[in-house]
Ligand binder design. Sequence first.
Ligand code: M6R
Length: 609
Amino acid sequence: MDVVLEGLRRLEYRGYDSAGIAVVAGESIQSRKKSGKLANLVNELAARPLPDALTGIGHTRWATHGGPTDVNAHPHLADGGKLAVIHNGIIENFAELKAALLAKGHTFTSETDTEVAAVLMGDFYRARAAKGADENTLTNAMSDACQQLEGAFTLLAIHAENPNTVVAARRNSPLVVGLGDGENFLGSDVSGFIDYTRRAVELGQDQIVTITPDNVEIIDFAGNPAAGKEYLVDWDAAAAEKDGFPSFMEKEIHDQPDAVAATLLGRSDINGRLTLDELRIDPERLKSVNKIMVLACGTSAYAGQVAKYAIERWCRIPTEVELSHEFRYRDPIVDANTLVVSISQSGETMDTLMAVRYAREQGAITLAVCNTNGSTIPRESDAVLYTHAGPEIAVASTKAFLAQITATYLLGLYLAQLRGNMFHGEIKDVLADLGKIPAKIAKILANAEQIKELARSMADAKSVLFLGRHVGFPVAMEGALKLKELAYIHAEGFAAGELKHGPIALIEEGQPVVVVVPSPRGRDSLHAKVVSNIQEIRARGANTIVIAEEGDEAVRAYAEHVFYIPESPVLLAPLLTTVPLQIFACELATSKGYDVDQPRNLAKSVTVE
Ligand code: M6R
């Protein structure tokens, strides 16, 4: 039980509106489950402990079918309480299956699609057992059930009649096996078992795995032998801890110098030539690309919007950025000369996965920029460029965002090198500037108190607006998203130039407006225009909070508050200007007493559409 509970602790970021554990105890299954955070289950277990057991499964839930109640929490029991099942994903044909099972006389206690899978599996188990049960009966029942299930699912099952066995299946939903010594593990990702083993096996699509203490056997849904891919996990358990910070988010904000540095590491040679051989896409194919489409959701989509400015500038390839869920449903024009770049921290975002699949079907070259090794989106793409930000546990994305910008910039420079759009010296200069970014982020972090103090003083704000131009525009939207998701404050990010086309009507006395100001050393007009925007809103009563480059004295006269960031080339500025906005949102939410790691209604990986 302790092993399962510890695994759930590490995986709680994946969903936290209820949790449960089931173990095989003697001839029966015993389970405990509770709505709310894992702490509620821990209290329940303290009040009603589970018996000692060697086989168990556990789950933390992010509700899809049925509200976050005790009854709807997993595990779900079937086969007269002898079978326990947990599930991630959505079973799309659960209503038909449920009707058929009800007609056969089965009953249900919850509103979940998971219980339908459990009852279906129990039905198959009994039918097979009637002809003679053996150690394969649970695996066979899983295989029977999977052949009827439609949708996305990871399923894990234990049965009182197979006490040493856990059987699991996956389709479009994550599942990894941990190989121990006289013990084996399963998890949605490796953090679930990283305390016990670093040897992991990545399962393929539509595979079933049966684990016992000494054996791991993989088959496909039809029962044919299959194989997974073994690899060694290079995270250690400490990397997934908070390093003494009060929250994972704060730790991850402070991880950012390392995240950017690690993402740059080993990607260029000493002569400043990009060496992205890991892409393993035929360079001739990349040269033929005449359009780039970046697909992503949320913060990752803002990283894509930042990247667009750099890629178009450096490679002269038209680049569109689209939300994955919009892309799929509008008949997009992609062909063999389109490079589709998906950006996803988790590599499991269902909307992005589906968009990548669609693009691949249309013949596009698909490249994933991803932070999670072995996850589904990179596995289903032609190539992957990993961001090396390390595990991101807090729901709000921070270090992954900066790592995504860094990785997409490397991609842009690589394409420019390949196609001859930039001189070698120019690429070398940008790489050198990127190399200086980690130290500059560290400088911002060292001076965080000023922005934290302001954030604490604004805990009562009802609405905060964010303005930016050029690469500052997606940064403004990212700043607004952070504030919305963490502090539950209404926030919007606008292109500063759009102000006079409507949003300026929102400005009234005291309205806080955060303005991301471009470097005065860049194109003059850009800086001057944003300074004019600040004057316009200030004249209408706005409380102006300005993020500007060190030495930019021109903004001081119009700002209530100025936060200076180190100098950088205009295109690299988002790697710096974002940081104070993350700190601002994190501190404001913390001062309101909110849990910044697990904001309400959100999950870290959105594995449903
Ligand atoms: O794992 P992904 O990068 O694909 O996730 C995409 C979004 O769900 C994610 O960035 C989300 O917007 C975060 N909560 C933002 O902080």
